[in-house]
Design a protein around this ligand. Sequence first.
Ligand code: G6P
Length: 471
Amino acid sequence: MQRRSLVVVTNRLPFDESVAPEGAFDWQHSSGVLVSPRHAHLREAPVTWVGWSGHAGPPPELPDTRGLRVRAVPLSEEEIRYHYEGYANATLWPLYHDAVEHPTHHRRWWEAYQRVNRRFAARTAEVAAPGAVVWIQDYHLQLVPALLRELRPDLTVGFFLHIPFPPPELFMRLPRRAEILHGLLGADLVGFQRERSARNFRLAIADACGIEAGQGPVRVDGRQVRTGVFPVSVDTPAVAALAEAPEVRARAAQIREDLGRPRTVLLSVDRMDYTKGIEHRLKAYRELVADDVLTAPDTVFVQVTVPSRERVDHYERLRERVEREVGRINGEYGRVGAARVHYLSRPLDRVEVAALYRAADVLLVTPLRDGMNLVAKEFVAARTDGGGALLLSEFAGAAAELCDAYLVNPHDTAGMKRTLLAAVGADAAENRRRMAAMRAQVTGHDLHAWAELFLEALVPPAADLAAPRGA
Ligand code: G6P
């Protein structure tokens, strides 16, 4: 049987840009599963990845590797400012995350968003084989499904939103709300992390476009558009293998040693983003330190923040606030040789992150709103030793699956303090039981399973074609 080829379209290409120019990319850094040949319908079929290199100017020429073709889309400096930093990350990102920061609206950003989406659609139309399956990812590219359908009606188009789709009360603030929805409705299947996002999307279609969108497929221009829920996950076997590596185990032991052999290591790993609740968590920790409940040197807190979107105002200001708070905690409660917060604000390599996961007693993941939060799942996947505990915000998509975490509301400082103390003080057997249940979850639902489920819903096996799946 002739397999259908797959084109994956993401704003950013899936490799570490620092190694790309030499041509020696580390595909391990990517969500490699998307190009894995495991999906029955796509096995032996060529895969093409379309995306931006992360830099301004002409696109790099990238050699094909392991059956994967990479086709870069160029962005100018102005498009990076207006499309990526502007419309995507200062309009859509805050709006879609409960407007925890104020979304900014500028017409020139919207114009750049349209222009860049048109370029992605044109590049995809150019490289997709006849009848190919195209899988478009995330909020930067919401107009691409409809634009692509116009150019190439022969393609099967899927779209997956990695971040939450906001409630209609928020979404309706968007000046170009109907255009965004019509863009998404160009897909055959629109996937979300959680049912509530799928529901919000259907409500928005009714409110903004006047199109009836009940439980079943949405009818648009004589076509059917399905929605579905596909919670994204991590490459559990790869994370577990990394965490088991002798190098990682040795480094984990060394980290505890370097921290002064504390009884309890608390850890957080986040992109520096205001959605992650970093300040809320630091406040709860500061109060516990001030109350003299978490005492030095018994307990240490390691906060890793990876710089992100640094030229966007919200991010620049957040970094200043976080660093002021870390300085305040260390200044008021630390002593020479015993910092209360070990703060690292730079990207760490995978070995170091895996070692930190293994060295930690409690991982604190406290977003105010998060589509999924893969750090939480990665931590669980990395704890092949059965140790550790996870404190998790109920506003992270991951909370729907990792029900055995210590769930918290990050706005409730007293509750967070209480729950953190419960996690720290719980007996080892209780924490092992919780971690085992969560490990079973991320083992059964890993990144491979996610991609397979989506692609199977998008392109049902021939026998199922008469009865499309998804709601
Ligand atoms: C979130 C988004 C991704 C994005 C990532 C990193 O997870 O859903 O689409 O790639 O953040 O953000 P960046 O702006 O560096 O691409």
